[in-house]
Design a protein around this ligand. Structure first.
Ligand SMILES: [Fe+2]
Length: 168
């Protein structure tokens, strides 16, 4: 390997798919915020998956297993969409915490509070992604709009399942 090969750095990539540069840059920011929120919710879901206790253990442990796997895949897919738009994908847990729409894990609450917190967080994500869909539609980025729409559906379903566990 020559030194040149080792000196490559992340830079903006040329993208000529009919979406203006400023619009792609704006959507990259929107997606990086979605990435941050998804990552923080992933970490919180894992923490509850490991630590939930009591009669709700099995149902919460199983459901959060499916949900953290989905969130992990989504993190990767969102980041790669940012790259496809030509910009760097946000990295670093500190940056994720700054930009996340959902709060980080604090202490470990009761099983019921864990479920309610995750349900609320999934709804917060759905609400914030809805804004992203509108932004993407405004500049005719149909793929990003469709992709985020799919994520909204997943978050809404996750909230339904979580809320159903603690429904009176
Ligand atoms: Fe597990």
């Amino acid at each position: 390997m020559t030194d040149d090969v080792l000196e490559h750095r992340t830079d903006e990539l040329p993208v000529r798919t009919g979406i203006e540069r400023e619009d792609r840059q704006h959507l990259a920011e929107v997606l990086n915020e979605a990435l941050a929120g998804t990552y923080v919710l992933y970490a919180k879901t894992l923490a509850y998956h490991w630590n939930v206790a009591g009669p709700l253990f099995y149902s919460v442990h199983k459901l959060t297993d499916e949900q953290y796997r989905d969130l992990a895949e989504a993190v990767d897919a969102i980041a790669e969409r940012v790259r496809a738009l030509g910009f760097p994908a946000l990295g670093g847990i500190g940056h994720y915490l700054q930009k996340s729409a959902v709060a980080d894990v604090d202490s470990l609450p009761s099983a019921g509070e864990m479920v309610a917190t995750l349900a609320r967080d999934h709804q917060t994500m759905a609400k914030s992604l809805r804004g992203g869909v509108a932004e993407a539609e405004k500049v005719d980025d149909v793929y990003t709009a469709d992709f985020l729409t799919g994520r909204i559906g997943v978050h809404e379903e996750a909230a339904w399942m979580l809320n159903s566990i603690v429904a009176a």
